[in-house]
Design a protein around this ligand. Structure first.
Ligand SMILES: NC(=O)c1ccc[n+]([C@@H]2O[C@H](COP(=O)([O-])OP(=O)(O)OC[C@H]3O[C@@H](n4cnc5c(N)ncnc54)[C@H](O)[C@@H]3O)[C@@H](O)[C@H]2O)c1
Length: 356
């Protein structure tokens, strides 16, 4: 049997313990978590104890120097994605980095360049693509059933869902609010299904009134309104070089229902996908002058999209395959967000800059 991959964890908090470490632990014959690292020693130790990991660190450089790692998960707050990712890649270690890849496109450029220079895998933690509906739909669209997708409406909307824990309301540490935090998932899924066309420009607007309002109820617990420095709601219209347009909406707080879905308008059929929802896919078509609505009912799902993402990472490394979710996709997403945030300030449509 081939030797197991040696895995290190950088940032051993919520998503690392809840998803990444579970994913690695699900394939014990293929990989082994040999060390955890967290600037908070107690967190590194708690994560290690939970998964029987022998060694802990508070400095990722020391972990990489001592542990002969094949790969790391980077699951730190957004501001601390770039440095460990670039360091690991340039030291010959494959990286699965949580989303969004960077605080902005410039950071992603550096990360993608490090991956290119080192020849190591840089995978972005965007798990929605690994859900059963997503992989099935990707093939369905690729087979020409939907025609050309010329418009999509992507929505990641929470009515009263401000994450009060961690640093999700801190622009300095996260780079932004719902747009960069959850809009990233629904936009990635939409682009994945559309074959990742090249964005050229975006117009957008963000607001923060409700998120800062101390009189509002929040379903996810109370939080310090004075520390709320991100947007509570963002919208964007993104134009692509193939003529397609995506309308993107994302919120932590708003006076409208929760929505988590994407709708794709194709020349042959339309799609409505609610990722993760039971019977979450509808296909709208027109056959023999009849409107035909299809609800697929037995598309197999994966038990956990996070686990599937981690398994894909490990197996791509072993097989020498390209990244299952390339860093360049993360760059596209951050470049779109940069343009939307800039447009909200200038009031103009802004170019999406993909150069690197
Ligand atoms: N894919 C998803 O669905 C999903 C869900 C939640 C969070 N995330 C992403 O995961 C990342 C972490 O989020 P979380 O909810 O786990 O946050 P968290 O606060 O629970 O965990 C982050 C950990 O990183 C540690 N840390 C900070 N700087 C560090 C450094 N330089 N070196 C080592 N450790 C460091 C912190 O001490 C903390 O324990 C964020 O980028 C977030 O966007 C993704």
């Amino acid at each position: 049997m081939a030797e197991k991959l040696r895995i290190g964890i950088i940032g051993s908090g919520g998503i690392a313990q809840g998803c990444h470490m579970k994913g690695y632990a699900s394939i014990p014959d293929e990989c082994e978590i040999v060390a955890t690292c967290d600037v908070n020693e107690a967190t590194a130790k708690a994560a290690a104890e939970k998964f029987n990991v022998p060694t802990t660190y508070t400095d990722y450089k020391e972990m990489i120097a001592k542990e002969k790692l094949d790969a790391v998960s980077v699951a730190t707050p957004n501001k601390f994605h770039k440095d460990p990712t670039v360091y690991a890649l340039l030291n010959g270690v494959h990286v699965l980095c949580e989303k969004p890849l960077g605080m902005n496109a410039d950071e992603c450029r550096e990360m993608c360049a490090a991956a290119r220079e080192s020849g190591k895998i840089l995978q972005v933690g965007l798990q929605s693509r690994f859900m059963g509906h997503s992989t099935w739909l990707k093939d369905y669209i690729a087979a020409g059933n939907v025609g050309d997708v010329y418009f999509a409406r992507a929505q990641a909307l929470r009515r009263a869902g401000v994450p009060g824990w961690g640093v999700f309301i801190n622009k300095e540490l996260q780079g932004g609010g719902p747009l960069i935090d959850i809009g990233v998932h629904i936009l990635d899924l939409t682009l994945f299904l559309m074959g990742y066309p090249k964005p050229v420009a975006a117009f957008g607007k963000t607001w923060d009134t409700l998120g800062k309002d101390p009189t509002r109820w929040n379903a996810w617990g109370d939080y310090d309104r004075d520390k709320f420095t991100v947007e509570d709601f963002a919208v964007g219209m993104i134009k692509f070089d193939n003529g397609a347009v995506i309308s993107l909406e994302s919120s932590f707080m708003q006076n409208a229902p929760d929505v988590w879905e994407t709708q794709l308008y194709g020349t042959k059929a339309g799609l409505q996908l609610k990722p993760g929802a039971e019977n979450g896919l509808k296909i709208y078509s027109d056959v023999n002058k009849q409107l035909l609505d299809i609800s697929p009912s037995n598309i197999p799902n994966v038990e956990s999209a996070h686990t599937a993402e981690v398994q894909a990472f490990v197996r791509a490394i072993v097989a020498g395959d390209p990244s299952p979710v390339p860093g360049e996709n993360g760059l596209i997403l951050n470049a779109i967000f940069d343009a939307i945030y800039k447009s909200s300030v200038t009031g103009n449509e802004e170019k999406v800059d993909l150069t690197y």
